[in-house]
Design a protein around this ligand. Structure first.
Ligand code: ZN
Length: 137
């Protein structure tokens, strides 16, 4: 897949309002964007650390993926996202190599990125996201 870098790390939190001050005051990062992704039933907050982002995820619906994740496992790291080129080709390659896909083709995620998830059953327990930024090319 040749990812260029870790695009972001997704972290499930119960409340953005409560979690943001840790990242801002303790780590000294700046929250530069808060965005709701209705499709995924989340509100997201973004911080940059070098080329990599931290994406905090607060559920907007207890039945959504983050709501269910927190209920089962509590707050914590939810997924790891790799930046790739040609996301749909990479998905196809992964499938041909026997990886189970959650998304067969990419869809729009936060910040206008094209994203897709690989199933954690095929990735040793880590929900893995591929993303491609077609806007900055
Ligand atoms: Zn993500």
């Amino acid at each position: 897949m040749n990812p260029s870098h870790i695009e972001h790390i997704g972290i499930a939190v119960k409340s953005l309002e409560e979690a943001i001050p840790f990242y801002e005051k303790v780590l000294g990062l700046k929250c530069y964007n808060v965005e709701e992704v209705a499709d995924q039933k989340v509100k997201t907050a973004f911080f940059k650390v070098g080329q990599t982002k931290i994406e905090l995820l607060e559920s907007t619906d207890p039945e959504g993926p983050i709501g269910k994740f927190i209920e089962k496992k509590g707050e914590g790291i939810h997924h790891l996202a790799f930046a790739v080129d040609g996301i749909n080709d990479k998905l196809q390659q992964a499938e041909e190599m026997g990886v189970r896909l959650i998304d067969k083709t990419s869809r729009k995620g936060a910040e206008g990125l094209d994203i897709a998830f690989l199933h954690p059953k095929s990735t040793f327990g880590v929900l893995t996201e591929l993303c491609e930024d077609k806007n900055n090319k």
